[in-house]
Design a protein around this ligand. Structure first.
Ligand code: AMP
Length: 405
């Protein structure tokens, strides 16, 4: 029997998201989520997609090992257990791969040690990813485990885009440079956008706007990333749900020296209490739009600041690429918030950019064009699918030669 299933694991500090896919047709067999690991009120939500109802359990789940065992038990109850010979590999989302990991990688002791070495530049994410990998290895030591890095797609950025203009020796000593994140999504969406245009990825230039709770833009020339908005950490760039995006770095000195804040307090301020939530108290675009419709000025200003930043990046990436074939909106806001898409390209007709009101208002899970026929640059909505992309990349590494993926 050929093993064709891939389990995708996205391990956070207190959560594990998972999907089991069958790579013969990229179908999902089960999806689920364990939340609040380590708390009394842990919750496991499991949805079998081969028949049967969604199941939810609320009980203390002490750690990642217990979480993965609980997931394994749910999958076993559906006849999809982790001990199945049909399971080909486990694909792990790993946030930071530094400069070394430019592609998905089968995890060895050395690979794990390198992911560990990157913890200082990804202190929130890599430790959780490592825990997820170790736990999965303990459950199925015989099975290939593959790391798919959020940073990998951006490693093609030229040095002119990847370096900050700071002292080179200091930057190199501390590995300070622009790495970029959401790479799996930018890779998937830029490729799907080319497909939507009926072209090969190497023949199109795309600006991808991944607008979720975290948000980033990328400029993709002929299938290769040449610029992205997140930097050393996911804090740089666009206005996000709770992150500020770009600020003058001197804001940090000012808040420390004049405001008396500690570095950790400024870190929390810029990562968790800024962006849309800092500006108006809400980070959900649906709620912000509701408040704007009700005449709320703080919500309207937050929206305007969000759009202004987005527009600056569209203009900047247009200039970086020189020729743009398409702009693709993706993730929670990008896929669902028609007013954001409309406002982001409003007034950019001279750049060949426009949105058709009727097409933009359509709600759909499919990739689609929302620009009028006459527009020089296609504007697209392309739902992202990071789990499918991780599963594909994982399977491509472990499948027997000649197996279609
Ligand atoms: P993500 O991080 O990609 O899951 O995106 C989550 C964000 O998408 C939420 O915080 C909302 O701001 C936004 N979102 C989700 N659904 C909608 C919707 N129907 N309309 C507008 N925004 C939405």
């Amino acid at each position: 029997m050929t093993a064709t299933r891939v389990l995708v694991l996205n391990s956070g500090s207190s959560s594990v998201k998972y999907q089991l896919l069958d790579m013969r047709d990229s179908s999902r067999l089960a999806v689920g989520l364990v939340e609040r690991i380590g708390e009394e009120t842990s919750r496991l939500k499991h949805t079998p997609l081969t028949g049967g109802d969604e199941r939810e359990r609320e009980e203390p789940i002490a750690d990642h090992e217990a979480a993965l065992k609980a997931v394994s038990a749910e999958l076993t109850a559906d006849g999809l257990g982790l001990d199945s010979p049909e399971l080909a590999a486990i694909g792990h989302r790993v946030v930071h791969g530094g400069l070394k990991f430019t592609a998905p990688t089968v995890i060895t002791d050395e690979v794990l040690a390198e992911i560990q070495r990157l913890v200082p530049v990804a202190p929130l994410h890599n430790p959780a990813n490592i825990t997820g990998i170790r736990t999965a290895q303990a459950l199925r030591p015989d099975l290939p485990q593959v790391a798919v890095f959020d940073t990998a797609f951006h490693t093609t950025m030229p040095e002119s885009a990847a370096r900050y203009a700071i002292d080179v020796a200091t930057a190199d000593q501390h590995r300070v440079r622009r790495y970029g994140f959401h790479g799996t999504s930018h890779a998937y969406v830029s490729r799907e956008t080319a497909k939507l245009l009926g072209k090969e990825p190497q023949d199109v230039n795309v600006i991808v706007l991944h607008l979720g709770n975290g948000a980033s833009a990328s400029a993709v020339r002929g299938g290769r990333c040449v610029e992205t908005s997140m930097g050393l950490t996911p804090l740089e760039g666009l206005v996000m749900g709770t992150r500020s995006g770009d600020v003058d770095p001197a804001v940090v000195f000012h808040l420390a020296r004049v405001g008396g804040m500690s570095i950790d307090e400024v870190d929390t301020l810029l990562n968790k209490k800024s962006g849309l939530v800092g500006l108006c108290g809400d980070n959900d675009m649906r709620e912000i739009r509701r408040r704007i419709d009700g005449g709320d000025e703080a919500a309207a200003l937050a929206f305007d600041i969000y759009i202004h930043r987005l527009k600056k990046y569209i203009g900047a990436y247009y200039a970086v690429l020189g020729r743009v074939d398409a702009i693709a909106f993706t993730a929670g806001v990008g896929e669902n918030a028609a007013p954001v898409r409309e406002a982001a390209v409003a007034g950019l007709e001279e750049l060949g950019l426009a949105v058709d009101g009727e097409l933009n208002a359509v709600r759909s899970d499919e990739a689609r064009l929302i620009s009028p026929e006459y527009a020089r640059v296609a504007v697209a909505v392309v739902p992202t699918d990071e789990e499918l992309e991780i599963a594909r990349q994982t399977y491509a590494l472990v499948a027997p030669v000649g197996t279609p993926s």
